[in-house]
Design a protein around this ligand. Sequence first.
Ligand code: CA
Length: 235
Amino acid sequence: MSRLLVVEDDETIGSVLESSLRAHGHQVAWQRSGRDALCVAAETDFDLVLLDLGLPDLDGVEVCRQLRAGNPATVLVILTARTDEMDVVVGLEAGADDYLTKPVRLAELLARVRAHLRRVAPTTSGAQPMLVVGDLLVDTGSRRASVAGTEMPLRAKEFDLLARLAAAPEVAISRETLMEQVWDENWFGPTKTLDVHVAALRRKLAGMAQLGSVPRITTLRGHGYRLEAPPPEES
Ligand code: CA
């Protein structure tokens, strides 16, 4: 059973979220303010937090930042009525993994939650548990990625995405395939989440570049992405 934290000051939205998520088998704690949310998150390890950005006491982005700092492994999904793209970007930079804009469609929210809590199976049909591209090693058994022995700190979906790309280096993989296989087979709605995760992976891969030859993720406009092995060293 997954442990979820809902942070929402709106009574109607909060109670709908709480009861629907409970009906889907999750354990749900509901907090109505940023301070209360930070308090319970300091006591309990939640698998996923749904965080409204418009809170009565604290700025939601600041709550997001503090939740992320204290809970590196938790999936953070922000809910925002703010349609301004900048707010979404600021929230993602503050450590959110994903976002939903209000009014939230319940079916979509439940699909996202399910997708975030789902882990890609360690060995999918025929895939090798240990994937090697250049000096990048992706161990799907232990869910660790490393370059020349140094582990890359990755969030759950970043790991899943990297493992999917590394399972087929040099192969073009469509956005639809990645969304289906890494997130959810019934994914609908915007796929900006994918771009956010690719951007995070690129940053982290670039951060490992001094340790060895790391692959890069190439954008294929209108199609998807391709993981490319680094060029061979000049000798
Ligand atoms: Ca609110």
